[in-house]
Structure formats: C-alpha cells, structure tokens
Design a protein around this ligand. Structure first.
Ligand code: ADP
Length: 199
C-alpha cells in the first residue's frame, strides 16, 4: 500500500487534489476530520485540554467549545504550542491506526492523507510520498470566499497563521502549482498518480 501525503495552506487546493485521487480509486484520510474526532466529548484528548485550559473551554453539555478555545490560544504562541502538543499526538496516533487498518486490507493499494500542516514527525513521516499544493494568494482568497462564509480578513488571518509556502515546499517530493483551471489540475494530478502506479 502506498500512502500519498497531500499538504498545503488553506485554499491551495489540497482537498481538491485529494478528491481527484480518491476518484481515481484511492482511499482518503482527512486530518481535519481526525482532528475533530479526537477531541470529541469524553475523549482523553479533551480531558487533557480541560486540565490545561480549564472547564471554561467546554459547553454546558461537556463538548468542546471550539470558538472559546480558539479565542484563548489566539495570539499566544505559548498556549498554541501547548494545545498543539496535546492534540497532535492524538491526531498522529489516530492517523497511524487508520493507515494500519487500511494496510490490513490488500484491496487498499493507495491512500491519500490530506493534512494542512507540513509536519514530518507523526504526520507526513507516515507517508511514502509528499505532494505540496501551492497557489497564489489572490486565488486562495477568492476560492475560499466562494466555498465558505469566511470573510476576506478571516482568510488572510488564517493564511498568516499557517507556515509560508517555503515550509511546505521544503518537505515536498512534488510541488503542484494550482493557479489554472480545475481541468488543468485534474490532468496534472492524474499524470502524477499514474507515475506512482506504474512505479
Ligand atoms: P484546501 O483544501 O487547500 O483548503 P480546497 O481544495 O478546498 O482547498 O479548494 C478551495 C476551493 O477552491 C474549493 O471550493 C475548490 O473547489 C476550489 N478550487 C480548487 N482548485 C481550483 C481550480 N484549479 N479551479 C477552480 N476552483 C478550484
């Protein structure tokens, strides 16, 4: 089984690339979905978060209040790092479990791991190959505004809170530039996937 890691900042098009490969027959693991799952109500990760940040990050029903937590760590690097050190270990453990489960089924030949953070340890070291998706900031802002209800300011804030393109490019085996049409992206990805399939 070959695991393809796809990374890139918000709006670069990494989920679109992951979906294209999914349609070509690969399984998909979305690190965002895993990240939400590991902090579900009653989880060990959530207990650790509460120990660190207090019960004020919980809703009345005991579930995580994401907005509250985001507000607490916003602009405070120390707190953000503390939070990441808690969540990342649970996320990488869960991703690892998922990959191993998929490995057990020989029908799963290719797996795509969609992960926004260009972190090797625990995330992308689980992959056989890393593709980084980059696109111009104007395209990213426009595309995210079209697909979500985030404001331009919120998108810029998120882009600024993520690593620079250089960080993503540094860990890439292949860089996919996504400034053209969807069809152009699809063709590029299909060709790259074919190269992997044919070894
Ligand atoms: P990411 O996962 O990196 O945040 P997405 O893959 O969700 O980004 O892409 C953001 C939005 O831009 C989506 O609505 C997607 O359909 C659209 N998009 C991505 N690439 C292109 C492209 N080449 N042409 C047009 N729309 C695109």
């Amino acid at each position: 089984m070959i695991v393809i890691g796809i990374t890139g900042g918000i709006g670069s098009g990494k989920s679109t690339v992951a979906r294209i490969i999914y349609r070509l027959g690969a399984r998909i693991i979305d690190a965002d979905v895993v990240a939400r799952k590991v902090v579900r109500k009653g989880s060990p990760a959530l207990s650790e978060i509460v120990r660190e940040f207090g019960t004020e990050v919980l809703n009345a029903n005991g579930a995580l209040n994401r907005r509250k937590l985001a507000g607490l760590v916003f602009g405070d690097n120390h707190k953000r790092e503390k939070l990441n050190s808690i969540t990342h270990k649970y996320i990488s453990e869960e991703i690892n479990n998922k990959i191993n489960k998929m490995r057990a089924n020989e029908k799963n030949e290719y797996v795509v791991l969609d992960v926004a953070l260009p972190i090797k340890k625990g995330f992308l070291d689980l992959t056989d190959v890393v593709w980084t998706v980059i696109s111009d900031i104007g395209n990213r802002i426009r595309r995210v505004m079209e697909k979500s209800d985030m404001t331009k300011e919120e998108i810029i804030e998120r882009i600024n809170s993520q690593p620079d393109d250089d960080e993503y490019i540094k860990i890439a085996d292949t860089v996919i530039e996504n400034n053209g049409t969807f069809e152009e992206l699809e063709q590029r990805v299909a060709r790259l996937f074919m190269q992997i399939k044919t070894g």
